[in-house]
Design a protein around this ligand. Structure first.
Ligand SMILES: Nc1ncnc2c1ncn2[C@@H]1O[C@H](COP(=O)(O)OP(=O)(O)OP(=O)(O)O)[C@@H](O)[C@H]1O
Ligand SMILES: [Mg+2]
Length: 321
């Protein structure tokens, strides 16, 4: 992104290794990205590519095995509890499942008020006023205040989750597959709402999705993840008009799945996670039409190529070569 934009959060070479018994899996490998104020970075990639792990580390809910995270000039892991608590106000999350992320015993009012209560903000009356403001900002009405999640549609639940995420006026919102569970028409409405809120409030989004169509709609910048690595990154234009990595090209070419059988075979394609023993070789080569038989694609010297100031990729034989 352009140099005059302000990075308000960044991950610097973060890795995350999960250990289970003697087995080690590298869910993230040397992942660096920045969020620029008022802009949207989309993290895209198939299931298991490490998107949620990266988000959890950014949110301070998990700790990287290596690398560091900076948010608003503060380095996670070096902060005192109270400093971390205050920083948490600035970065909020909306998750995929409209129902399970909301406490089903609570009313909409109590759900949206939750963060204000947790930070002891305002009195009963001022909190209620704030809740109504938020409710209106996300396109719901006063009549929804006393409903419980099961009395709302999936789209309405996502609107409540968005209102709750905005209660503390955060600078950054992580949207982890936040529209994936919604019907197509509701999805478009919620995407439009997110866009409007971003413009009105200057929000910065980390938008996680496996759907490049959604990324195209919302993102200023896109980072494509494959098996724990960012394999290509660029502006929306770089990725859609000039993609270089064969995984990105495959994602762009893939058509929506038409049948349950196709869905199943796609699930079977999802690869196991890399182990650290796989080193720095290209992890996509076994699925890559160009690299599968090439010796250099097995090499351990895969390094990031910076094609332009905004566009980079991790591939020995990019499309343009
Ligand atoms: N707590 C954990 N313990 C062990 N392995 C984990 C843990 N959390 C994540 N993983 C592994 O890391 C991999 C990356 O997971 P992650 O949830 O980040 O993927 P994702 O890209 O968000 O996938 P999806 O699109 O399905 O949500 C997963 O395949 C999972 O096996
Ligand atoms: Mg996920």
């Amino acid at each position: 992104m352009s140099a005059d934009l302000k990075a308000i959060a960044s991950t610097n070479g973060i890795s995350r290794i999960f250990r289970s018994g003697t087995r080690e899996v590298r869910a993230l490998d040397n992942v660096s990205f920045s969020l620029f104020e008022g802009k949207t970075l989309a993290l895209v990639g198939e299931s298991g590519s490490g998107k949620t792990t990266a988000a959890r580390i950014l949110l301070g809910l998990d700790t990287p095995s290596a690398g560091s995270v900076e948010i608003l000039g503060q380095t996670l892991g070096t902060l005192k509890n109270e400093e971390m608590r205050l920083l948490r106000r600035e970065i909020q999350v909306v998750q995929q499942d409209p129902y399970s992320q909301l406490n089903r015993r609570h009313s909409v009012q109590r759900i949206i008020e939750g963060p204000l209560l947790a930070f002891n903000i305002g009195d009963k009356e001022s909190r209620k006023k704030k809740v109504i403001e938020l409710l209106e900002a996300v396109g719901l009405e006063k009549e929804h205040l006393l409903r419980r999640p099961h009395e709302l549609s999936g789209g309405q639940c996502q609107r409540v989750a968005i209102a709750r995420a905005l209660a503390l006026n955060p600078k950054i919102v992580v949207l982890d597959e936040a529209v994936s569970a919604l019907d197509v028409s509701v999805r478009a409405q919620v995407l439009n709402l997110l866009r409007k809120l971003q413009q009105e409030r200057g929000l910065t989004y980390l938008f996680i999705t496996h759907d490049l169509g959604v990324a195209h709609y919302v993102a200023d910048e896109i980072a494509v993840m494959f098996r724990g690595r960012i394999v290509e990154r660029g502006t929306r234009e770089d990725i859609f008009k000039n993609s270089q990595h064969h995984y990105t090209i495959g994602l762009l070419a893939s058509v929506p799945l038409a049948s349950p059988q196709a869905e199943k075979s796609n699930q079977e394609l999802v690869q196991t996670l890399p182990s650290p023993a796989e080193g720095d070789a290209c992890l996509y080569r076994t699925r890559c039409a160009v690299g599968i038989d090439r010796l250099d694609c097995k090499s351990t010297t895969l390094t990031l190529t910076k094609g332009t100031a905004t566009h980079s990729w991790l591939c020995h034989m990019p499309k343009g070569s």
